[in-house]
Ligand binder design. Sequence first.
Ligand code: NOJ
Length: 743
Amino acid sequence: MKKTAFSQFLIFFSFMSSTAFSLERTIDQKVDALLKQMTLEEKVGQLTQYTGDLAATGPITINPNKQSEIRNGLVGSMLNVLGTRYTRQYQELAMQSRLKIPLLFGLDVIHGYKTTFPIPLAEAASWDLDAMELSARISAAEAAASGIHWTFAPMVDIARDPRWGRVMEGAGEDTYLGSKIAFSRVRGFQGEKLGGIDSVMACAKHFAAYGAAIGGRDYNSVDMSERTLWETYLPPFKAAVDAGAATFMNSFNDLNGIPATGNSYLQRDILKGKWGFKGFVVSDWGSIGEMVSHGYAKDGKEAALAAIAAGSDMDMESNAYRNNLAQLVKEKKVPVKLVDDAVKRILRKKFELGLFDDPYRFSDPEREQKALNDPAHALAAREIAAKSIVLLKNENNLLPLSKDIKTIAFIGPMVKPLRDNHGFWAVELKDMDPGYIVSQWQGLQNKVGGATLLYAKGCDFEGDNKDGFAEAVAAAGRADAVILSIGERWNMSGEAKSRSSIHLPGVQEDLVKAIQATGKPLVVLINAGRPLIFNWTADNVPAILYTWWLGSQAGNAIADVLFGDYNPSGKLPMTFPREEGQLPIYYDHFNTGRPAPDETAVNYVSAYIDLKNSPKFPFGYGLSYTTFQYSDLKLSGTEMKRDGNIEVSLNVTNTGKVAGEEVVQLYLRDKAGSVVRPVMQLKDFRKIKLAAGETKPVKFIIDNSKLSFYNKNLEYGSEEGGFVLMIGSSSADIRLKAEFELK
Ligand code: NOJ
């Protein structure tokens, strides 16, 4: 009986694998057959991407011939064309071309399409991988129903300098957390396999090291050691490849003197070579042409040569391929096989998406209507928005507020706006029903409609006008409790939104002082796309929630947390500095030869004479309305061999009065190595939910992969010796410790 089942399994398995094989071959064969029919100009066309004119996400070049070029088969893809009607119009042009190769439609679906989810940095604060996968899944479903085949997300750049405006778009500073999130987001966008009608291609970006722009100034150069590149910046990209990311985007920066777009080491040796990436690489907007400004190419022709040689497959908007590539092939400066390889990579994806079977399969207006109005999407957005909120301070358990409070003053520039809750990169906004965005004011009304709610704006996000202070103070004076919502306007973090000062902008902190002076119970909400500096508020106000930019359901989610219908569980994915002078700042730094023994020591130790080393709020930090106790740490052994492992177990107890979630974080320190090792590194975590009084066991496995790093010869592996294991509630709140040895 057993044998029969086994042989049936074998027959089934070999059938499955041969089907998969033949399917693979069929696509390859089809690609080859099509390639044979293509002229050189048509091939270059497949490598050319233009932006539509509905929205510009970069400096547009005017080209009145786009439409005729599409008709002539000279364009492979469009970005910023959206909606079933509009995408269909463009696809119909492509269907008039000789070979009828469908266009790919790409768009920056960064944190939602119609339903806007929290900005990616906020979602990262949830440490909830399933929730992030779901948010990407829903974004994909909406975009795919609206004619889009491809999102330029996730951004998996590690970012350690919050002056860089694009920190809002990534998962923060940590490589381990960032890699896990990269994997989940790619899976979310693409589903199990490309070709699903509710999936889009993901695009891991920006390859590579864009997040380390010097001084946090966008588009700036990056200068980085090989070890840091491999150990800190590349792993999330590798995770994206492992998750099956269909595409990669290169980046604007130069890396150690070579623009990423012309960087063969990055794109050919690492990505397509060592990692075996089978998808295609798109340039970041005009990054091919920009190699002229970098001073790496003397003109567009040299730039095109450098880019194709380095493995950049598709030229977004720079026209360098369109204007030069065919000529370069004719002059024998570019072997046609380089062009063929790039074309094949792109055609393959078009086949996998099913576009050759039906070029309009993503353009069904009925499906679009349904997907864009699915109430389940709003529910999911509300849940993940609540999970993204971080409780920074809660003196005397001021929060949650009672729903019986009679009069609440809701003050601040963020109370009534809609758009600002979306944050940067809200793509489908133009046709959006404004009622679909729940403002913070609306959210409060929905929650405590029976209370008397007072409103005053107080001041703007920016500027020095304090005319509104008196009205705000008066409203606070009449209230039993005050909620003050301040922060950054939607376009103060994002692409090209670097700030040299990341203090709360304008006179907002003065407004906090004025309201605090009324003596009323005060809760401050800080809405922003990056870690901000707000030392006075942090030191003086009793309750602070970091609410980032939470998307369409911001108002409801914030109200859920304010009144305890959701117990906050977010943990910071980035270190919050005390002052810009500490930047870049991150928890997994080296110890140095002269570590400061405490916060007061300055003499001949690694410290500032005018500032503490410690951050204002550390990586992994976030409070709850309940408390958690960690106990009973046990290791299955204190010695480990490379092919073995150590099982780590502990108990976590909810010691408070309400249910809550805790992110149990596991950090390791390698005590000595052939190269210096960080003081601690996140190596695992679990997010668990506990009823009041409940105790749950938590288990981790330490194996060789968790002990490995790039040694002095840049080889990846572990080294024998001692390790410190730290388990805690944040990187600065270690509750349990143990040591073990790799033998
Ligand atoms: C430039 C940005 O850097 C990139 O992330 C984005 O996908 C493209 N513009 C397209 O909008």
